[in-house]
Design a protein around this ligand. Structure first.
Ligand code: PLP
Length: 387
C-alpha cells in the first residue's frame, strides 16, 4: 500500500472539505443554470450564489452581502482592490503605500500602477518578527496618498499585522485601506469592522474550499474602477459568468469555518507548537521566524543551522512541505519576506515552511518531526561561493 506524504503545506492550499464538495456537486451536474438567465435554471443558480455570498459575508463580518464581490481568487481580488481602488481615486492623488513582505500579487499590482499609470509607491519595512509599525505607515503618508495595502497575515512566516491601528491612521485622511486576508480568514481571525478596512482579499482554497474562486470585500460606498468589463456581473465590478459551483463551495467552506473555528484553531495551534518544540529540541541552533504570539496558528517557519531546506525536503519524499513560499517555487531568488525580516541569503535558503491544518494528526506531527530531524542531521555543508 502506498501512503500519501504527510501534508504540511496548508499555506499553499488546503484540501477541499468533503462537505463543500457535496454542496458543489449539483452545480457541476444537474443545476447548471447561468445565474444571469431569467428562467428557472438561472434563478436556481442565482439563489445558490445569494446564499454563498451571505455565508462569505458572515464569515468576515461584512454588514451587507453585496459588499462581497466574487473573483477567481485572492490574486485577482488584490489586483481589483489596488489597481481598481487607486484608479478610482486618481483625481485625489497618485501615491500608494505597501510593505516589504506583501504577497507578490500585491507587489505586482502596485508595480502596474507605477509602470503604466504614473503612480509612485513606498514600501515600508518590517521588524525582525515581520511586523510593520503603524507609525511607520503614518510617517510615509502624504496628501497625495490614495491607498495603503498591508497584508493581514503573512503566508511565509504567519505574522499578523495591526491592521486596526493602521486604519486609525488612514481613515480620517480619506485613504483607502486594503488588506490581503487570504491566509487569516480561514481561522475566523478576520473581521472587516474590527479591523476597519475598506477592501480585503479572500481565497476559497486557503480555507478548505475549491481553487479558482475568491472574493473582494468592498465596503459600502467605496468606488472601484472595474478591471474587466463585459456582461456586467458583480455590479459591473467583475464581468464574466460566475463560477457557480466554486462560489457554492466557497460559501459552504465559509459556513463550516464560522461554526467551527474555536476547536480547529486550538487543535492546530497545539500541533504547531508540538512540532516546533520537537524540532527545536532535535536540531540545536534552529530558529523560529515570525512573531511568536501574533502568528497564524498553523504556520511554522524554521531556519535550520547548517542545511539547505531544499536538500532536507529532497530527502523527505514522505513530507509535503515548502521552502519559503510556494509562490516563490521555480525561482532561485531567496524569499523577499525572509530577507525583509533580516535573514541573510544563506539563512533564507535554510528556511523551511511547515503548515498544519484541520486534518493534520498528532501521529503525523510526531512522524514529521522525527523525519525532519533525521534528514537535517544527515548534514551536507551549504554550497559555498553562491553568495
Ligand atoms: C497572502 C496570499 N495572497 C494571495 C494569494 C493568492 O491567492 P489565489 O491562489 O487565490 O490567487 C496567496 C496564495 O498563495 C496568499 O497566500
Amino acid at each position: 500500500m502506498t501512503s500519501q506524504p504527510i501534508y504540511l503545506d496548508h499555506q499553499a492550499t488546503t484540501p477541499l472539505d468533503p462537505r463543500a464538495l457535496d454542496a458543489m456537486m449539483p452545480y457541476l451536474t444537474t443545476s447548471y443554470g447561468n445565474p444571469n438567465s431569467a428562467h428557472s435554471h438561472g434563478r436556481e443558480a442565482a439563489k445558490a450564489v445569494v446564499t454563498a455570498r451571505r455565508r462569505v459575508a458572515h464569515l468576515i463580518g461584512a454588514k451587507n452581502p453585496v459588499e462581497v464581490v466574487f473573483t477567481s481568487g485572492a490574486t485577482e481580488a488584490n489586483h481589483l482592490a489596488i489597481v481598481g481602488g487607486a484608479l478610482a481615486k486618481r483625481a485625489h492623488g497618485g501615491h500608494i503605500v505597501t510593505t516589504a513582505i506583501e504577497h507578490k500579487a500585491v507587489l505586482a499590482a502596485v508595480q502596474r500602477l507605477v509602470d503604466h499609470h504614473g503612480y509612485t509607491s513606498t514600501r515600508v519595512g518590517v521588524d525582525k518578527h515581520g511586523r510593520v509599525h503603524p507609525d511607520d505607515i503614518a510617517a510615509v503618508l502624504t496628501p497625495n496618498t490614495v491607498l495603503v495595502s498591508v497584508m493581514h497575515a503573512n503566508n511565509e512566516i504567519g505574522t499578523l499585522q495591526r491592521i486596526a491601528a493602521i486604519a486609525e491612521r488612514t481613515a480620517h485622511r480619506g485613504i483607502l485601506l486594503h488588506t490581503d486576508a487570504a491566509q487569516s480568514a480561514g481561522y475566523g481571525l478576520f473581521d472587516t469592522d474590527e479591523l476597519g478596512v475598506d477592501l480585503a482579499s479572500l481565497s476559497a482554497h486557503k480555507l478548505y474550499g475549491p481553487k479558482g474562486v475568491g472574493a473582494l470585500y468592498l465596503r459600502g460606498g467605496i468606488q472601484l474602477a472595474a478591471q474587466q468589463s463585459g456582461g456586467g456581473q458583480e455590479r459591473g465590478l467583475r464581468a464574466g459568468t460566475l463560477n457557480v459551483a466554486g462560489i457554492v463551495g466557497f460559501g459552504a467552506a465559509a459556513e463550516l469555518i464560522t461554526g467551527d473555528t474555536v476547536p480547529s484553531v486550538t487543535q492546530i495551534r497545539a500541533l504547531r507548537d508540538r512540532l516546533q518544540d520537537r524540532l527545536l529540541d532535535a536540531i540545536p541552533g534552529t530558529s523560529v521566524n515570525g512573531h511568536l504570539s501574533r502568528r497564524l496558528p498553523g504556520t511554522l517557519s524554521l531556519t535550520l543551522p547548517d542545511v539547505e531546506a531544499a536538500d532536507v525536503l529532497d530527502r523527505l519524499p514522505d513530507i509535503a512541505a515548502s521552502t519559503g513560499s510556494a509562490c516563490n517555487t521555480g525561482t532561485s531568488d531567496p524569499s523577499h519576506v525572509l530577507i525583509a525580516i533580516g535573514l541573510t541569503r544563506p539563512q533564507a535558503r535554510k528556511t523551511l515552511r511547515l503548515g498544519i491544518g484541520r486534518t493534520t494528526t498528532a501521529a503525523e506531527i510526531d512522524r514529521a518531526a522525527a523525519l525532519i530531524a533525521q534528514a537535517a542531521a544527515r548534514h551536507r555543508p551549504v554550497r559555498a561561493g553562491v553568495d
